[in-house]
Design a protein around this ligand. Structure first.
Ligand SMILES: N[C@@H](CCC(=O)N[C@@H](CS)C(=O)NCC(=O)O)C(=O)O
Length: 224
């Protein structure tokens, strides 16, 4: 049975999984999660994963959750030309650390800022949003130094090879820059974000999500 991906094109974590699928031209069926629209698969999605966090991958009837685990699952069971993790376990450890960095310290504060902007004004959390902005500033600063340490040949997060960490970085930095702009002084972070946007797999995911940009409450969705 073909792979099935329960997802929405505008979701950052769904894009994280679309990138490796597109990198390796892995065949899969897209199960759209868009409640209220025809062709919506939300009921089956909720049955498969009661926590209702997308994406969810179904592989021959087996449910796989959490974007990082899905990417690792693809690398293990549907390996393509582009490897998502290196064979060397020590090198793989750094890739996993960077994946955690992008999820925990870029994606999470970005989601906090965006989520707060969508809330009704009287339920907003300015203190939490302030903490999220500080965390993003610290993350951008750390990433600037990290990218410098990979120069001159390392154009991707872990060095020369594109992989899991870059799948996490693409959507995280893409939306984070809309929610809390990356300062000009972090030139390497800004250039890395542009390299990610130019990568055909991520460019395709970004293009497919364009119709939904009107729902994004922050930044300048007209750019990128
Ligand atoms: N830890 C999860 C996070 C997934 C996640 O936050 N997904 C968001 C979309 S980007 C979601 O499902 N939001 C819907 C909701 O929270 O109800 C993963 O890595 O897959």
């Amino acid at each position: 049975m073909a792979l099935e991906l329960y997802a929405h094109p505008f979701s950052s974590y769904c894009q994280k999984v679309l990138i490796p699928l597109y990198e390796n031209a892995t065949p899969f069926a897209f199960r759209m999660l868009d409640p209220g629209q025809s062709g919506d698969f939300s009921a089956e999605f909720a049955r498969r994963w009661p926590l209702r966090k997308m994406p969810v991958l179904v592989d021959a009837g087996h449910t796989v959750v959490e974007a990082t685990v899905i990417v690792e699952h693809l690398d293990l069971h549907h390996r393509g030309r582009v490897r998502l993790l290196p064979d060397d376990p020590r090198a793989a450890l750094e890739v996993r650390m960077l994946d955690r960095f992008f999820d925990n310290y870029v994606m999470t504060p970005m989601q906090k800022i965006v989520g707060d902007a969508i809330r009704k004004p009287d339920t907003r959390d300015p203190h939490g949003v302030g903490e999220a902005r500080t965390l993003l500033d610290n993350a951008y600063r750390w990433l600037e130094g990290h990218l410098a340490s990979k120069e001159p040949e390392g154009e991707w997060a872990a060095g020369a090879a594109f992989g899991l960490a870059d799948c996490a970085a693409g959507p995280a930095l893409f939306y984070a820059d809309w929610a809390h702009p990356i300062a000009r002084e972090h030139a390497r972070v800004r250039a890395y974000r542009q390299r990610l946007l130019a990568r055909p797999s991520f460019a395709r995911a970004v293009d497919e999500a364009r119709p939904y940009r009107v729902h994004f409450p922050l930044g300048d969705p007209g750019r990128d």
